[in-house]
Design a protein around this ligand. Structure first.
Ligand code: NAP
Length: 260
């Protein structure tokens, strides 16, 4: 197959799985792929395929980008809480008249020994902290969620994020850890014990890269306030990287062995 006949793929990233999909696409002799990142971190991970960074300007902007660059396939591997990008991707692929293959990680489910409180929003999570005593709260969340905790400064917070904040959050009793997944159980146990954490607030991200904190909380009997997913996509979606690759092969009509 000559270069001009290669299929063009746009991969929407922001997850560990998107990195794995990029690795597969880099080795695919039948396609030219590019990954798109939101630009939430100043030093994004490196990729073996070309990278573009920043919003497209809504549904129409993404549809134009797909048309103007003659993409044949959109692979949506954005984060399960990036609901705007999800909706934009679905509509833009329709407008550009190309197929979309989407990865939606199954959420985590509580086991019998988990002390989960399930809430629908950050406001619900803040309410679940209670009004009376100050607590030691682990917050492995993004900036959009963290900013809302400025309304309850009385708790002691341990904030873990990929970036530090400039200006810092207006939380007098907060300490910060800058780290990027994956995390393992031993280090999560150590962290929770060291900071005497009695409650954590998490998104139900699913996947294995950040599941260790859930296991560590279970082992230590720590309460976990789980902010539910913003939406469930009403389309067929893959549940793993292998399923994404399979669906992409099918959508482009490629022989499986050329991609996988
Ligand atoms: P969002 O509300 O779905 O996206 C907001 C806008 O950012 C989109 O409308 C789009 O701008 C741009 N955008 C998002 N993903 C993009 C991508 N891959 N390439 C280019 N542009 C992209 O998502 P969010 O504000 O980033 O985050 C919402 C939640 O998801 C937060 O809880 C966050 O912690 C979590 N999350 C997001 C990401 C991520 O990569 N987005 C990664 C990890 C966690 P235009 O409309 O201008 O195209």
């Amino acid at each position: 197959m000559t270069t001009s006949q290669r299929h063009k793929i746009l991969l929407l990233g922001g997850t560990t799985e998107a990195r794995e999909i990029a690795d597969v696409l880099a080795h695919c002799t039948e396609s030219d792929a590019m990954i798109s990142l939101a630009g939430r971190t100043s030093r994004p991970a490196t990729f073996p395929i070309p990278v573009r960074i920043g919003g497209f300007g809504g549904i129409d902007g993404l549809a134009s980008f797909l048309r103007e660059n003659a993409f044949d396939l959109l692979i949506n591997a954005t984060h399960p809480y990036a609901d705007r990008m999800w909706r934009n991707a679905i509509e833009a692929a329709k407008l550009a008249n190309i197929p979309m293959v989407a990865l939606h990680r199954p959420p985590w489910a509580p086991s019998d020994n988990d002390k989960w409180i399930q809430v629908e929003s950050v406001a619900g999570a803040i309410a679940a902290l209670g009004r009376r005593k100050a607590r030691n709260v682990f917050l492995p969340l993004g900036h959009k969620e963290l900013i809302k905790f400025e309304s309850v400064p009385r708790h002691r917070y341990l904030i873990r994020a990929i970036e530090t904040f400039d200006p810092p959050l207006n939380l007098p009793k907060a300490s910060y850890i800058k780290a990027r997944p994956p995390f393992d159980k031993a280090s999560e146990l150590e962290l929770l014990k060291k900071h005497k954490i009695d409650v954590m607030i998490v998104k139900n991200s699913g996947g294995s890269a950040s599941y260790a904190k859930i296991v560590a909380a279970r082992e230590l009997g720590i309460e976990v306030i789980v902010i539910g997913r913003p939406f469930v996509p009403d389309i067929d979606h893959a549940r793993s990287v292998a399923e994404v690759v399979q669906a992409a092969v099918h959508a482009l009509g490629l022989p499986a062995k050329r991609v996988a």
